[in-house]
Ligand binder design. Structure first.
Ligand code: TYD
Length: 135
């Protein structure tokens, strides 16, 4: 199975310290065309979200406020950890990455997604993910 790698993207910003900033993430700045946008907020620090992978969905996730830790595991069993805390930095997550996500109490996670929501695209059982990875 071809293993795509997650990586960080830095978005263009407009502004200055005395004025504030705008960060821009148009389709030309992304590795896919955006089909859906959602955001996650008010996650208790005692809660870890995620615990799934996607067959096809690609995402760019941004901590637009607060800090967010992503623990990613690819189909080769390689783990990478990313700490997001800058509103102009996004993390590209390719398909077939198991993720566990921890949030600071004030974190807001913006997700730019390559497909519409489709529950059939989720792999929610880690053993199923590992079995698919070993194919
Ligand atoms: P999920 O992607 O499992 O969130 P997390 O991994 O952060 O815990 O989504 C949680 C629930 O919300 C799940 O029942 C599916 C639903 N959901 C939608 O209906 N539409 C969406 O666009 C998303 C992202 C989730």
């Amino acid at each position: 199975m071809n293993v795509q790698k997650p990586y960080l993207l830095t978005f263009d910003t407009i502004g200055a310290p005395d004025l504030g900033y705008i960060a821009v993430a148009g389709n030309s700045a992304l590795p896919f065309q955006i089909k859906r946008t959602y955001w996650i907020y008010c996650t208790p620090e005692t809660v870890a979200r995620g615990h799934h992978a996607h067959h096809e969905l690609q995402q760019v996730v941004i901590a637009v406020h607060g800090s967010i830790e992503f623990v990613l595991e690819n189909v080769a069993g390689e783990k990478t950890i990313f700490h997001l805390e800058k509103p102009n930095v996004g993390l590209y997550i390719p398909e077939m990455h198991w993720r566990t996500i921890n949030f600071s109490h004030d974190a807001v996670l913006l997700c730019l997604a390559s497909t519409e929501y489709n529950e059939a695209d989720y792999i929610r059982d880690f053993e199923v993910f590992q079995a698919l990875a070993n194919q």
